[in-house]
Design a binder for this molecule. Structure first.
Ligand SMILES: Cc1cc2nc3c(=O)[nH]c(=O)nc-3n(C[C@H](O)[C@H](O)[C@H](O)COP(=O)(O)OP(=O)(O)OC[C@H]3O[C@@H](n4cnc5c(N)ncnc54)[C@H](O)[C@@H]3O)c2cc1C
Length: 387
């Protein structure tokens, strides 16, 4: 294994796969695949800075996962270095494999706690030739959430469907169509893709009708589509401009519970007087509540996040849809998985890494999942300059 191999990027067109070093930037793989008419769908918002190794470690998702699935759906094979220095070569370039335990998948989402991913063989799909976008506005966030659940239950599968709540809309209001009313409480950005432009356009139109919003804008050209997506893309920058600290979370709940989850987040935000903006991959039930705060509000932010995590679990969801538990959310692993599953995970960890040298202090709880859980994070309670 060499440094060069960590940057390896080979598209094997005839096998519809790519062999990629763990240090390859995800966006570079997407571009290399597209140049061959192929498609690597996982698209975390960090696509231009995150690596394939990091994506595999966290089982990254993104906007297209609603139709195309997450990173684990594309990992056919891995080369992994174990804690004792052994090098494992797992899987390969066949699209199917039903032989033995799925060790390849065990490493996906293990957050670097079982081994270091060095190289991956990733499935590539045909690149859809056309995509069309629309924006749909709602007078209540409940209407938006229910419309998505009904759409997905009625035989439609958008290639992306994203939610922006009222607070998010305030941040990116200059990117919304002029004709949209100011009183909207939520906006959906929805995309259909496929090969035939006309068919894609018809499908998007049907979806928009079913979504039944108060305001609608259907992009006519690629540049219209770009400007609709711009509202979504500008959120991160708009949050950063606020000159406050922010904490971005990634819960998911079953589709039927999204409205209840968003309602609860807004309730907690009001009760604890913490600003929380909500957007996310609503088609997966995956919401990104982002806490925007100054450091006098740290205790309230910790309590709000803990309550939101507990509610997500109570609604049958997860505390992490795509970022992983890391050190920040490790204390909620017991509540999510239960003691038996967690002790099996611990046994696997101990077997792969008996001396605990691989990403210690991640994934496994180190304290109770209580309101003050964030105070156990290094640096959280010390005085930090905001900015
Ligand atoms: C602006 C922004 C937008 C984002 N949007 C999304 C999104 O839409 N969807 C999403 O899923 N995530 C998103 N993320 C989160 C993050 O970018 C992803 O989780 C990404 O997969 C992490 O990859 P990375 O290369 O940055 O990994 P890092 O952050 O460097 O590492 C993440 C974890 O993986 C481990 N790791 C890294 N490389 C390896 C390896 N080779 N072998 C074993 N373990 C390894 C690290 O130790 C660490 O625990 C976003 C982040 C930002 C900053």
């Amino acid at each position: 294994l060499s440094l060069e191999r960590l940057k390896r990027l080979e598209v094997h067109k005839d096998d519809t796969c790519a062999v990629v070093g763990a240090g390859t930037i995800t966006g570079e793989l997407q571009r290399a695949a597209a140049a061959c008419g192929l498609f690597y769908p996982p698209d975390p918002g960090s696509v231009h800075i995150s690596t394939i190794g990091g994506n595999i470690a966290c089982n990254a998702g993104g906007m297209r996962c609603v139709k195309y699935g997450v990173t684990s759906d594309y990992v056919l094979g891995l080369t992994v270095v174990l804690a004792d220095g052994r090098i494992l070569t797992l899987g390969g370039s066949t699209r199917k494999r039903a032989s033995g335990y799925r060790l390849t998948q065990l490493f996906v989402g293990s957050e670097g706690t079982l081994g270091i991913v060095c190289e991956a063989t990733l499935r590539l799909d045909p690149l859809p030739r056309n995509a069309k976008t629309a924006m749909v506005g709602y007078l209540t966030v409940d209407d938006a959430a229910r419309a998505v659940s009904q759409l997905m239950a009625s035989g439609y599968l958008p290639s992306a469907i994203e939610l922006l709540d009222r607070r998010t809309l305030e941040l990116v209001s200059d990117r919304l169509p002029d004709e949209f009313r100011a009183s909207l409480e939520a906006v959906l950005i929805v995309e259909a893709d496929g090969n035939e432009a006309e068919q894609v356009g018809e499908e998007l139109q049907e979806m928009v009708e079913r979504l039944a919003g108060a305001d609608v804008k259907v992009a006519r050209t690629d540049s219209d589509s770009e400007s609709l997506w711009d509202a979504r893309r500008q959120i991160g920058r708009a949050v950063t401009k606020r000159r406050h600290s922010s904490l971005s979370e990634d819960i998911a709940v079953p589709l039927s519970q999204v409205a209840a989850m968003i309602g609860y987040i807004h309730e907690v935000s009001q009760q604890l007087e913490v600003e929380v903006i909500v957007f996310g991959h609503i088609g997966d039930g995956n919401l990104h509540p982002v806490f925007v705060f100054d450091h006098s509000q740290r205790a309230a932010v910790s309590a709000a996040a803990a309550r939101i995590f507990r509610k997500a679990l109570a609604l049958g969801g997860t505390v992490s849809a795509e970022h992983g538990l890391g050190a920040l959310k490790r204390d909620f692993a017991l509540a999510e998985h239960g003691a038996d599953s967690l002790s099996l995970m611990r046994a696997i960890k101990d077997d792969f890494d008996p001396t605990g040298i691989l990403n210690p202090h991640k994934v496994f709880p180190e304290g109770p999942a209580e309101d003050g859980f964030l105070s156990r994070q290094p640096g959280w309670t010390s005085e930090i300059e905001t900015g």
